[in-house]
Design a protein. Structure first.
Length: 83
């Protein structure tokens, strides 16, 4: 899975948007409408963060053997440039 392209930087182009259907609780949707909350923007932002965390979790899981071995090497030999 390719990483999510973020658009939070100052000079980033906005990500292309695509319409979708989702089901939300009617009471929450109505409260958001009354409060003038941009539901699409909130959903997009939260989903982006959830996807980023899941990608990070999977990357750590996929690379856990290397990370463990690297940490063991650093613990036994110290940092390469330290000396």
């Amino acid at each position: 899975m390719p990483p999510v392209q973020t658009t939070s930087g100052r000079h980033s182009k906005p990500a292309r948007k695509r319409a979708t259907n989702l089901s939300l609780s009617a009471d929450v949707l109505e409260a958001a409408r009354v409060l003038k909350i941009n539901v699409s923007q909130v959903c997009d932002s939260h989903l982006r963060e959830v996807v980023r965390r899941e990608q990070e979790r999977r990357w750590r899981q996929e690379h856990s053997e290397f990370i463990t071995a690297y940490n063991a090497t650093i613990e036994s030999e110290g940092l390469p440039a330290a000396g």
